[in-house]
Design a protein around this ligand. Structure first.
Ligand code: BV8
Ligand code: ZN
Length: 286
């Protein structure tokens, strides 16, 4: 695509315009029986939740992805808990935006017509469920859940702060050196065995839950339309899902700020903020 941009900008513009065919997309969506959407941090950006790779991808002097690892948690559980405490507070106080609401509304329309729309999300902020979506697969876990590192139990914990030691902590503008060290014994503890809790989140280098991955794969292999919304498509295995749908000859529609599609096999590409482009594409006011 970018070669075309260099050789013939006009032809490039025409092909981009052809990809953002709102009318053609809506006709297709209304005929589709089993729609899958893959969402990333970009769908929550307009709810005030920093994305991973935009400028929001930094917390203090750390890249978010350098803290989202088992190694980081082993080395400095207090720092990783401060990072997740900050993100829990931001997520718990955030509201779904028009893009989340449009997906929830369209899921209901599909249900009434005996069709299905399932959200597969990489996000851990819980905003799809808050918007009213029911069929949601959180492939990277959820900030609302914790897991005991000792007895492995998983449960929901909405306390903010999750423990006294984290009260008032997590400020992204603070300097680590100015803050008192949080002792490991004061970090969140399991309500059953008093073991150290961790966020129930899939970190880099960790496997996705087998059942969740199987559910996602089955949907990727059976859907007749895939919407890929607000993701840089760089993290695997999620980054493979939409191209696999296109490989099956099924239509993929991308909603992203970028003016070029992430993959040449995508049939539709709607450039711009998805809180605007998605309700427009689904012809919904939310
Ligand atoms: C796995 C939870 C098997 C954390 C996340 C070397 C060693 C170990 C592993 C690997 C390795 N090399 C590769 C791997 C595999 C690795 C991977 O893919 N790494 C990448 C970086 C190369 N994957 C894994 O480790 C996965 N597990 O593979 O297990 C294994 C095991 C051991 C060894 C090898 C393999 C686990 C990955 C899960 C990591 N956890 N999240 C947390 O949230 O704290 S990933 C995290 O980043 C997000 O969840 C998301 O999934 C991912 C990508 O982020 P995006 O959502 O796409 O957000 P991003 O900021 O990047 O982009 C935003 C997009 O939105 C942009 O395109 C922007 O243009 C657009 N946008 C912005 N605003 C808007 C918008 N669009 C529309 N409207 C707007 N308003
Ligand atoms: Zn426990």
């Amino acid at each position: 695509m970018s070669l075309l941009k260099q050789i013939s900008p006009n032809l490039f513009k025409m092909s981009i315009r052809k990809l953002s065919d709102y009318e053609g997309f809506k006709k297709l969506a209304d005929k589709s029986k089993n729609i899958v959407t893959l969402t990333g941090a970009g769908i929550s950006a307009e709810s005030g939740i920093p994305t991973f790779r935009g400028e929001g991808g930094l917390w203090r002097t750390y890249r978010a992805s350098s803290l989202a690892t088992p190694q980081a948690f082993l080395a400095n559980p207090a720092l990783v808990w401060e990072f997740y405490h900050y993100r829990r507070t931001v997520a718990f106080n955030a509201q779904p935006n028009a893009a989340h609401l449009a997906l929830a509304k369209y899921e209901k329309i599909c249900n009434e017509e005996g069709r299905r729309l399932t959200v597969i999300t990489q996000n851990v902020d819980g905003l799809h469920r808050k918007a009213g979506s029911e069929k949601v697969i959180e492939i990277h876990g959820a900030l609302q859940k914790v897991r005991c590192t000792k007895c492995k139990i998983v449960y929901e914990n909405l306390n903010d702060p999750i423990c006294e030691a984290l009260r008032g902590r997590g400020d992204p503008a603070a300097q680590d050196k100015d803050l008192p060290i949080i002792d490991k014994k004061d970090l969140p503890k399991c309500k059953h065995c008093q073991g150290l809790l961790r966020p129930h989140i899939v970190w880099f280098g960790e496997n996705l839950d087998h059942e969740v991955l199987t559910q996602a794969r089955d949907l990727v292999e059976s859907c007749d339309l895939c919407l890929v919304i607000g993701t840089s498509s760089v993290v695997y295995p999620a980054a493979m899902f939409a191209p696999l749908v296109a490989e099956r000859g099924q239509p993929v529609a991308e909603f992203n700020l970028n003016d070029e599609p992430a993959d040449e096999t995508f049939q539709f590409h709607f450039p711009g903020k998805c809180a605007t482009t998605l309700p427009k594409a689904l012809a919904l006011t939310v």
